[in-house]
Design a protein around this ligand. Sequence first.
Ligand code: ISL
Ligand code: CA
Length: 623
Amino acid sequence: MLGDNSTISELLSNPIGFDVIYKILLQMGKSISLVDNFVIRRLKIKHIKFFLKGKLGEDFFYSLYELLNQEGTIEHSEKDEISRKWWKEAVFYQIYPKSFKDSNGDGIGDLKGITLKLDYLKALGVDALWLCPIYDSPLDDNGYDIRDYKKVLKEFGTMEDFDNLVTELKKRNMRIILDLVVNHTSDEHEWFKKALADKNSKYHDYYIFKPNEGRAPNNWVSFFSGSAWRYVEQTDEYSLRLFSSKQMDLNWENENVRKEVEDIVTFWRNKGIDGFRLDVINYISKNSFNDGNETIGKLMEFYGVENYFFGKHLHDYLRELKKNAFGEMFSVGETPGVGFEMSRLLSGEKRGELDTVFLFDHLETPGHVRFDDYHYDLNYLKKYYVDMYAHLTTEDWPSLFFENHDNPRMISKVSPKEEHRKNIGKLIATFMLTLRGTPFIYQGQELGLINQNFEKIEDFRDVESINKYEELICQGVKEDEAIHILLAGSRDHARTCMPWSDGFTTGKPWIMSYSTINIDDKSEIEDKDSIYNWYKKLIALRKDSKTLVYGRVRFPSNKKKNYFSYYREDEERSFFIEINLSDKRIKRVEKISGYELMLSSGANNEYMEPYEVSIYKKSLSNR
Ligand code: ISL
Ligand code: CA
C-alpha cells in the first residue's frame, strides 16, 4: 500500500502513480524528469508534503492514495513475438455520419450516403470503419445522447439501410465497428423517463440520484459547463450528468445496468459488426461522491475527475463485459486522462479488458488546452513517441490518431499557412501509418482538410461550443473574444461536411461547410502529389510489408531540434523514416547506407524541406 512513508521511487513504479504525476507535470508544462531522478526518487511522499507546506492539502493525498492503491503493478513482458490480429493490421477510418454524405437532400449525412462512398474508401485502402453513434437520439450532443440503443436515428435511415451497409462492406472485405455510449443515456431514454415517473421503479437505480439538500450534492462540474448535477423536479432530487444536461450518467454499480449493456452489445454483435469504440469508458465507475479536490480541479479544468476517471471497479466491469458479451469482438476504449502505464492496465494482452485505447496527451503540447490559441510545436511528438514506446511492451498495442470529431483539424493546429498544408498533412499521415499501432484516419484527413472560418455564434452547432460561449459571455468576456476562443478549440471544425466533388448534399448542409480552400476528392485523386495519394501509397506500403505493422520501433538517439527519425525493423527488412518537424529547411542528420528511397515530400538533396518526410527501405534477406 502506498502512503506518506512511500518513496517517490515507489510512487513512480506504480502505474497509476507514474501517470498521475506525469499528467500533473504535463498540465503545468513541465517534464517528468523534474521528479524522475536520483535525488528526488529517494525522498518520501511526506517530505514532498513538507516542502509544499500544505499547498496540496490532505485531501489531495487522500484522493491520490485511493487511486493508487486500487490495482497492483503490471509486469513488463519479455516476449519477442507480437501476436497477430486483424485489428492490428487494419487501417480504420472514422466516419461522422451526419457530415459524411447525404443521399436524400435533407442536408444531413446518412447511412445510404456512407454506402455510396464505400468504393472511394476501399480504393484508399481502408479496411474498417468506425461510425460515430447512429442510434435514435434527440441529438442534444449529436447522438452521444442515446434514446434507443436498438433503433437507427431516422435522419440517418432505417435498420434495413444499416443491414445493407454491412452487406456491402462484407462484399468488399471490409469491417465495421460502432460507438458504444454507455456512461450515460439521453434523458429521453425509456429508462430515465421511468426513473422519474416512479422513484420506486427498478429504473430509478439505473441512474445516479442524490437527495435535494438545497444545493448540488458536490462541486463536480460538467465537461459542457455548469454543475455536473441536474435538479429534477419530478422526484425533487439531483441526478448526475457529467456531459450535457440531457446526458444522464448510468449507475454501473447496479448489476441490471451492466446486463442491459451486455444485451446492447450482443444485439449489434448478432447484426454482424466487428466491435465497438467505447465512449468515455474509463468514467463508468464512480469511487465516491466527495467534493473534487481544488488543486486537481484547477489543474485539470474540471472539479471531481479524480473520483471517477479511473474508478475502483473499472477493471471488473470491463472484464465482465468482455466475458459476457464482447468475446473476440474488437474493442477500443476512449479513455481521456489516462496515461501510458494506465493504458497497459486497460489493454494489456493478458488483462482481458480492452484491445486498445485512445489516449489524448499528444493532441496538445504541454501546458496547453484545446481552447488555447497557439501553434503546436511538432518537436513535442518526438518526445511523446519515444516515451510511449519505452513504456509499452510487445503485449501492449496503441492506437494512432491525430483527429476525431472532438478536435480541430491537426494541420490548422500546426500552421495556418497554405504553403505548409500539404507537407504537414503528409507528415501526420506518416506517423499514423509507419509507427507501431492501429491507425484511425478521421474523415477528410486524407484530403488535408483544415479548420472552418466560423464567424458568429450562430455558425456553431456543438452544445459544448454554445454552452462555453454563454459561460464566457456571463463572465464578461466580449463577443469577439469569445468567438476567438471557440475558434481555437471548437469540435465543429471537424464536423463540417465532406467536400465531395459530386456534392455533400443537394440541399442545405446542416453546418456551414467549406469555403476557404478548394479541396475535393476528385482533384486530390488526380493530383499525383496530393495528401490523398500520399495516404494511398503509404497504406499500400504498410499492407505490402508486415514490418510496418509488427516490426520493432527503434529511435536512434539524437538531440537535434526539429529533426526526428526512426527505424521499423524485423528479420526481413528495415524501414528508415526521417522527418523535419519545423517550417525551416534543415540538414539531414542520420547517415544511412544501402537504403532505397520509397517516398518523399522533399527535394531529395542534403536539405530537408519544411515539414518534409522521407521514407527509405532496405531488404535484409532474400527470403
Ligand atoms: O470534454 C472533455 C474534457 O475536456 C473530454 O476529454 C471528453 O471527456 C471527451 O471528449 C469525451 O468525448 C466523448 O464523449 C462525449 C461526446 O460529446 C464526445 O463526442 C465523445 O467523443 C459525451 O458522450
Ligand atoms: Ca440525409
